[in-house]
Design a protein around this ligand. Structure first.
Ligand code: GAL
Length: 971
């Protein structure tokens, strides 16, 4: 099978294989020694379609330097003068900076995830030093791109970034969570000329109190568009239900022009159903886009009876937009849309398509074991599948904008999203961040709420009210269809507080105030925006404070929080509370509350840092899943040495009655308490503990655990049996230990090693908040990680080699090794900007006036004279002169380290006029003829700046000089 990305374009539902929901939600089977993870599934995960065909990936070929690179102080007046000029950045931002020994990295890249854990580093950021880093990337632009609009896009850089293109600073960005779109059209160089992007990332800066990573941790893109084209995020097409039953999709297309004169354009919009059939078409009026300006084009698509988007059936349509100039399509977009209505009711909570839906939500940070915040799209999808099988239907992107692929996945999988702004501040820089968020995300059917802040101390003040008022108004100007909320943690009853100026009040914690608030504000809709904050260490069933271990029996929570059961019960019992968002769906690096060093990650997750299940998983399944029987019990049943001692058991179910059996003997029975679970205490005896759930006297589900023997072998379990051989597909593979009868051993804590072929190891983990083991392999294809309470995870990325085989082999001392084979299926890799070979160009020269006599090669402009000699660029001919003479071209170049040490080659592709090439006062080559031709010479080794001099004798009446690129290479 070959995946062809072109087939995916415009078909919103295609390209993704889900493991959901029926199989995942079915009651667990009677195999009580099974791995506590889903069985592997067939099917591939193709990258999400790109709705903007004008852009290609810019993820590959980046060179990275960890640490800052100081700019040497300017020594002279002239240096100071020259540094102040466009294109003349110095230090690591300079075009010619020697990055030849920097390692190559591929985005997404989080350099903090490679760091060791260090006690002196920031606790909230997970004790990982972050620091400062530099990225550089060279690329060519096809000459056919000349005249096009060119834009670089960075989906997210942690945290403060300064970006240079071809030696000019083009952006300062002060948040790690917004995208950066840079118009590089005026700076772009074409053909053989090199373009250089340099980025200084300051990750000392913090915007949060959780692990934020460091570097270019989301995708980057290069867009090339016609001179009149659609701006990025420039299509607004959010469906609206009409009062009479029909639906409309008001479409606004924003076009921009780099032309010198006004241009008339129009846009044709189409609505495609999930099968790709056109079901509506509309055309805008002609509009004029002014030179270097923008213009909006509007029209409306209508459809009488679309299939609705919902949590259970997230049907997507696609709006395609073609921008036409003189009858020809010059740009296009395709945007997935969903037809759904949303409403928050003050008494009855949230309504989707007119029916009440309780928000069964989780807060998440963008982070995973092994990879930190550099989450590949396929891993995001895997994480969302884990939430779906949990019965979760809502996600709060706490406390910042998610990557756009995340929202695309939520659209496809049927999640309801609270999309949250990072910085609470209505001043222009920050308002721009909020407006970007709304503009980017307002077409996603999954997005149901805009959250302007999380827990701001000014929430109960006049100033806070004024700030929210302005931010909410900015949101409404861009999207009048979704309510605005703010996640308050108190001040609900202050005389002035922000609850009065939001549409839906977000309660972080304070369940004891739900009723009072509702009574005092009976017309104000409300939801829990954050709750729970309970502590669980996955696979541990006893809290040991001295070892920073928290029991997974759901009896432990932060002082401001509740246990999982209590937190949900407070919400479930109140129809006027629209729902809740558990803090958190997954553990995350940093915020190791209630502990500090040596603990490096949090305890709050329903799933651990690897996505392995804690007891909270069964608690929420029982509470949240309505359409399938659920039963689960904790703890596991492998307690050698505790024979006869009482073991507390927690049973979680959504059925009517449960019966608990130990080795076939009934040891407990009860009516199900769906919210609080049922607790039992049973004296331990090895064997099988099982629980049978029934409704109306009929068994509907059963679950259990068998006592495992000592581990004798390792086992490797992938999430999927096949991966796309596109260099991007990623999946976690579970490593566990099994006993002589093939049963999972939940108590195994032992070191494992593994090697992979056909794929790369991008991270490893085991969910232990106290482990300081490296989260990376020790090479791209080998690594080590201990099992923690029975489990570890290795995250593999399929090579781009197309069809083939991935093998993984795991070993542990004294245990039988495990081997795994995964099919690598041929797949077309996502188009990427080609990395550039390590050839350097000499682009910038000084040129003397025309001299009557042949000058000496040492002739140079006087210090501080920036006027008598012209600044010229390779490839630009010197205009013809009537008389004969001589001109000197000078450049100062510091070759990269390998050429400095061993020498290299200097090549002028095209010189017009007779010429002599001199380097450091030595003549290296002559060009005898006047016709355009090359000059090449061996460049001797030599450290430091080299004086390159070309003496040219132009032919009278003909253009002359360096009319093609000049390169220095090692060969
Ligand atoms: C909340 C906060 C979260 C997290 C959580 C831990 O107050 O919004 O970001 O810090 O507490 O319990």
């Amino acid at each position: 099978m070959t995946i062809d990305r072109r087939q995916l374009l415009g078909s919103a539902g295609a390209g993704l294989t889900l493991t959901l929901p029926a199989a995942a939600r079915a009651a667990r089977g009677p195999d009580y020694g099974a791995l506590p993870m889903p069985a592997p599934v067939d099917g591939l995960r193709a990258p999400l379609p790109v709705g903007d065909p004008s852009r290609i990936g810019f993820d590959q070929g980046w060179l990275f330097h960890e640490g800052d690179i100081a700019v040497p102080p300017a020594a002279t007046h002239n240096e100071t003068y020259l540094r102040a000029k466009a294109g003349n950045a110095v230090g690591a931002a300079a075009i010619d900076y020697d990055d030849s020994d920097w390692p190559l990295v591929t985005l997404p890249h989080d350099w903090a995830s490679f760091q060791p854990f260090v006690e002196s580093a920031n606790v909230a950021q997970g004790y990982r030093p972050r620091g400062i880093g530099w990225y550089r990337r060279s690329f060519h632009l096809d000459p056919a791109s000349r005249g096009q609009y060119c834009e670089l896009q960075f989906d997210g850089i942690a945290t403060n970034a300064t970006i240079w293109v071809n030696g000019s600073v083009v952006a300062h960005n002060w948040s790690g969570y917004n995208s950066i779109y840079v118009d590089i059209t005026p700076f772009a160089r074409f053909g053989d000329e090199r373009n250089v992007v340099a980025i200084r990332v300051d990750a000392e800066a913090m915007e949060g109190w959780w692990y934020e990573g460091a570097g270019l941790y989301r995708h980057a893109w290069l867009a090339r568009r016609a001179p009149v084209s659609i701006v990025t995020d420039g299509v607004h097409c959010d469906p609206r239900a009409g009062s009479g039953g029909g639906w409309s999709v008001p479409v606004t297309v924003t076009a921009r022009s780099t032309e010198a004169a006004a241009v008339g354009v129009r846009a044709v919009a189409r609505l495609l159903d999930s099968g790709g059939r056109t079901v509506a078409t509309a055309t805008t009026d002609m509009a004029t886009v002014p030179p270097l300006g923008q213009g909006d084009l509007t029209t409306t698509l209508t459809i009488a009876d679309p299939a609705l988007w919902s949590v259970a059936t997230p049907t997507l349509y696609t709006v395609t937009v073609a921008l036409e100039r003189d009858g020809a399509t010059v740009d296009a977009r395709s945007v997935p849309v969903g037809f759904r209505t949303i409403r928050f009711d003050a008494d009855r909570g949230f309504f989707l398509n007119g029916a009440p839906v309780k928000l069964k939500g989780v807060c998440i940070h963008h982070d995973h074991a092994g990879v930190g915040v550099a989450l590949p799209d396929a891993l995001m999808a895997w994480r969302l599948e884990r939430l779906k099988e949990l019965g979760c239907n809502a996600i709060r992107c706490s406390h910042n904008a998610p990557p756009v692929a995340f929202l695309d996945l939520c659209d496809r999988m049927g999640f309801l999203v609270m999309d949250e702004n990072r910085n609470f501040n209505p001043s222009p820089d920050y308002m721009a961040q909020l407006e970007w968020l709304v503009r980017r995300d307002r077409n996603h059917p999954s997005v149901i709420l805009w959250s302007v802040f999380n827990e701001e101390p000014m929430q109960g003040t006049h100033a806070g009210v004024e700030m929210v008022r302005r931010m909410a108004a900015a949101v409404k100007r861009l999207d009048d269809s979704r309510p605005v909320t703010a996640a308050m943690n108190g001040a609900f009853f202050n005389p002035e507080n922000v609850s009065t100026v939001v549409d839906v009040v977000g309660f972080n914690y304070y369940p004891g105030d739900y009723d009072k608030f509702h009574a005092l504000n009976p017309t104000k809709p409300m939801t829990s925006s954050e709750d729970t904050s309970a502590f669980e260490t996955r696979g541990a069933y006893q809290t040991i404070p001295a070892k920073n271990i928290r029991s997974s029996m759901d009896d432990d929570a932060a002082g401001w929080g509740e246990t999982h059961r209590k937190g949900w019960a407070e919400i479930a019992r109140r129809p006027f509370v629209a729902g809740g968002f558990v803090w958190t769906g997954f553990d995350y690096h940093g915020e190791p509350t209630p502990h500090v060093w040596p603990t490096i990650s949090s305890f709050f997750g329903i799933l651990d840092l690897c996505g392995f299940r804690k007891t909270a998983y069964d608690i929420h399944r029982a509470g949240w899943i309505d359409d399938a029987p659920v039963v689960g019990l904790a703890p596991h049943w492998t307690w050698p040495g505790r024979e006869g001692q009482p073991v507390p058991i927690l049973v979680l179910s959504n059925a009517e009655r449960i019966t608990l059996r130990l080795n076939g003997r009934v040891v407990g029975e009860a009516a199900v308490d769906r919210l609080m679970g049922n607790s039992f205490t049973v004296p331990y005896a090895p064997g099988t503990i099982e629980v049978i759930a029934s409704i109306g006297g009929r068994e509907v589900a059963r679950a259990g655990h068998e006592t495992a023997g000592p581990p004798v072998a390792l086992r490797l379990t992938p999430a999927r049996r096949a991966m796309a051989g596109d260099g991007e597909d990623v999946q976690p593979v579970t490593i566990d230990a099994i006993d002589a009868r093939g049963r999972h051993v939940p108590t195994a804590n032992l070191p494992t090693r593994f090697v992979v072929t056909g794929a790369t190891i991008i991270g490893v983990g085991n969910g232990d908040p106290n482990s300081h083991e490296s989260e990376k392999g020790d090479s791209a294809t080998s690594g080590a990680r201990s099992l923690f309470n029975g489990l570890a995870q290795v995250i593999v990325q399929a090579d781009a080699g197309g069809r083939g085989r991935i093998t993984l082999r795991a070993t542990a001392p004294g245990l039988r090794p495990a081997a795994l084979m995964i099919d690598r299926v041929a797949a077309t890799p996502r188009a990427q900007v080609a990395p550039l070979a390590a050839t350097r160009t000499i682009d910038d020269w000084r040129r003397s006036p025309l001299l009557a006599a042949r000058p000496d090669a040492s002739l140079a402009p006087a210090e501080n004279d920036n006027n008598s000699w012209a600044f010229v660029h390779s490839g630009t001919a010197t205009p013809a002169e009537a008389q004969a003479g001589w001109q000197v071209y000078r450049a100062s170049v510091t070759p990269v380290r390998v050429i400095a040490a061993k020498g290299g080659r200097i090549a002028f592709a095209a010189v017009a006029g007779r010429a002599e090439l001199w380097v450091d006062g030595r003549k290296l080559a002559d060009k005898a003829g006047a016709a355009v031709g090359p000059i090449t010479a061996a460049l001797p080794a030599g450290a430091g700046p080299r004086a390159i001099v070309l003496i040219v004798a132009p032919e009278p009446g003909r253009p002359s000089g360096i009319v093609g690129p000049v390169t220095i290479s090692a060969g």
